[in-house]
Design a protein around this ligand. Sequence first.
Ligand SMILES: [Zn+2]
Length: 467
Amino acid sequence: MRDAVGTALGISTGSGASSFTGTIDSNTIGVAGVTNSGSSQGSDIGFITDGGANSSVTITNNHLYQYNNDGIQVQTGDAVDGGNARLTAIVMGNTVSNPGTFGNHGFELNAGTVTGDAQSVSLTMGGTGAQENQFLGSGANGGTDIRLRDRFDTTVGLHAGDGTSYSGGSTDTAAISAYVLAHNTVTTAPTFSVTAGSVNGFGASPMLAADGGVQAAVATPGETHLTQSELNSVVSAAIAQWVKAGVDSDQLAALHAVTFSVADLAGQIVGLESAGHITIDADAAGHGWFVDPTPSNNFEFTHALNASGSSLQTDPSTAAAGHLDLLTAVVHELGHVLGLPDLTSASDANDLMYIDLADGERRLPTATDVAQAAVGSVKAMPTQSDASSGQQATNSGGFDFSSFTQTSSQTNTSHADLAANNQTLSDLFSGHSNVAAPWWLGHETTFIAMGGTPTDNHLQAHHDLVV
Ligand SMILES: [Zn+2]
């Protein structure tokens, strides 16, 4: 793929509550020695969501050259049009070098674009060995190899493919930089810049309230003004759950050292862990908390959702129905203190470390969680089969661009190739809700827009796909 004018491989979800799940793998964009041959005016890979619904993009093993903005740009924002939801981005194994005349950054995350943005980003950036991204002099014109921007009320959970999560202070830019640089290869200075302007900042990914779950037959208020003493009342029960699961004395000491507070967290965020401190949202993102008066037993949650009984559900007759379980949120955030990362695949929905929490749901730790915490590695580099399993679970169409990689000499024959691939791509996209058909205008091609009419001009920009 080469010689684009706008973003060479651009994906935008458009405005509204549209989502994207997919993989961009093993493409080569641009030619290292040919000036501006990736894109003469845009990034080589650009992924933009307005944040209105959860999206997931995996960008792996691409070779990116001669771009005129960023090698890889990932952006969420524009809550005024879309709302606030989560973006899961996995960026591993890419090689980015040889920026074009107006190249800027090798990789840029732009979390938040306008006031009111409170999206949550889970960014897995590099890892060990082949998981590391290679930034080989990828910044230009004052731009750095890697730029991470956490703006407005957005939150960025920072992870690496080796199963670790960033655990330093949420606005400690030096520590954030050190974590990212330890999991990626960069060869020249300046290498890194970070904006950590919000109260939420960088850390483990926050737990989010999810739709669904069990609603009450007769509505109960739930706790929408959580107090410190109410929070404290479930902490010892939460720690006891980890003891039951088998934590050792060092782990137990770490759990006892955690401090807690209540705050009005933005958007759908209900729990947040950073550097040994756990913050819990006051009203459970509007759902109201179920503050279990007897948190050491589970008799409100009589329905087991898995064989081990670690994932439970209430029924519509109890006070837990229609609300989020405070005990689960605290136990989950304590899992981050033990080094466990969030799980984001829908197939992990019954696991304590799954990132979402729905009404009437209780999830508890198991010996497996403790074992994973002990080795400090629960997350291998995602493969296409991982993406596929998510695809099946969500029916939202993960796919792999690698089969569309073309040789570097296709610039004048690409239109024929587009015609050949048109139907296949359309079929692939047809699983997305509210998707606009991809349209092909020859060499300069707007690639895809989701959310019906792509009227959101400040997101649509100009995308090229030359395959
Ligand atoms: Zn979490």
